[in-house]
Design a protein around this ligand. Structure first.
Ligand code: ADP
Ligand code: MG
Length: 334
């Protein structure tokens, strides 16, 4: 087990205990978060579409002032974009983050919201057509508005990690089902799912919905692994049999909640972990079987007086321990 953990560390994988090595070989399903996990989460603002009498600059001023208080990948993209354009940040009062939906706060005595449609419960007219076009193009669109009036649509583009597709394919080859979960809209999600090749996907989820899906899988007696970045998926990571977090892009909560952290956000290490688990468990089985066999044969031989005390200690105990350790050390090698 210790050898397994050491081999993990050498490969940029931090394991919080031997137990998780054991569980990795039994997984039936691997659940992935989308943003920041299968995708880079390093989004870029691509469109700012004014819908009322606000200029693109004013829209960005409001958006970046609100998003400065959030660490969501979308928020970081807005702030980065605004800084590049030297946009002025305004003071925000009563800031609130509505997990999995967006953020809100007061600027010049007007309460603005930015995020999903569900934030705007009033009788606002939604720019559905505009949003649909953006989403069908694989973009994520959020709405900016105040007091139930919509002011603008802001669109973002995310990029899929280079290794996501191959990682998913390899898991499927191993007979592990792959599922993608996200709070993002259906159009964008479908586009990403097709590119990555997951078996199934669910969109528009709140953090609690992600937990419910993991629970359903667990209720069906399936062993569930989950990979996430901790942004709105930490509770689901905690619930899975093995929670794996992105180490660099992941939030502190994620790394704390997870059982395993991928230090360089290298998602392909998920397959390395499954292989490591199988290898480690094989060696554990070999060692246990060999120890039992040798010890019991020594016991029998000793009964008939074929073995002296020093032979028993030297070969049966020290020798065997060494053999077991040497066998375990093989885990670290390819
Ligand atoms: P994912 O599951 O893909 O990581 P999240 O659950 O974090 O997505 O977010 C779901 C959706 O909620 C986003 O696609 C966005 O529409 C909205 N949202 C969440 N946080 C913010 C934010 N800080 N600013 C704008 N929109 C947000
Ligand atoms: Mg996320």
């Amino acid at each position: 087990m210790v050898s397994g953990i050491t081999a993990g560390t050498k490969n940029g994988v931090l394991l919080k205990g031997g137990k998780y090595i054991e569980e990795m070989q039994n997984l039936d399903v691997m659940v992935f978060d989308k943003t920041g996990t299968l995708t880079k989460g390093d989004l870029e603002v691509t469109d700012i579409i004014p819908l009322k009498n606000y200029s693109a600059k004013e829209i960005l001023e409001i958006a970046c002032s609100l998003e400065m208080n959030s660490n969501h990948p979308l928020a970081k993209a807005v702030v980065k974009h605004a800084k590049q354009l030297n946009i002025e940040f305004k003071e925000v009062e009563d800031f609130e983050s509505i997990t999995g939906s967006g953020v809100m706060g007061k600027i010049h005595n007007k309460t603005f919201y930015i995020g999903k449609k569900s934030l705007f419960k009033g009788n606002a007219e939604f720019p559905d057509e505009t949003i649909k076009i953006l989403e069908d193009g694989g973009k994520t669109a959020v709405i900016l508005g105040y007091d139930k009036e919509i002011v603008a649509v802001i669109a973002f583009m995310d990029n899929i990690r280079d290794s996501s597709r191959a990682t998913v394919a390899e898991l499927k080859d191993k007979g592990i089902e792959t599922i993608m979960l996200t709070g993002d809209n259906q159009g964008t999600t479908r586009a990403v799912a097709a590119k990555v090749g997951v078996d199934e996907f669910y969109s528009g989820l709140l953090p609690q919905d992600k937990v419910t899906i993991v629970d359903k899988l667990l209720d069906g007696n399936r062993k569930v692994g989950m990979v996430g970045d901790g942004v709105n998926d930490a509770p689901a990571l905690a619930r899975s049999n093995v929670g794996i977090s992105m180490g660099a892009a992941g939030s502190d909560v994620a790394i704390e909640t997870a059982d395993i952290a991928l230090m360089h956000d290298d998602i392909s290490k998920v397959n390395f972990l499954v292989d490591l688990s199988k290898k480690t468990m094989n060696v554990v089985k070999q060692n246990v079987t060999a120890s039992l066999l040798i010890k019991s044969s020594f016991a029998i031989l000793a009964v008939f007086g074929f073995i002296s005390l020093w032979m028993g200690v030297a070969i049966g105990d020290m020798g065997l321990s060494l053999a077991v350790i040497i066998n375990a050390l093989r885990i670290g090698r390819r």
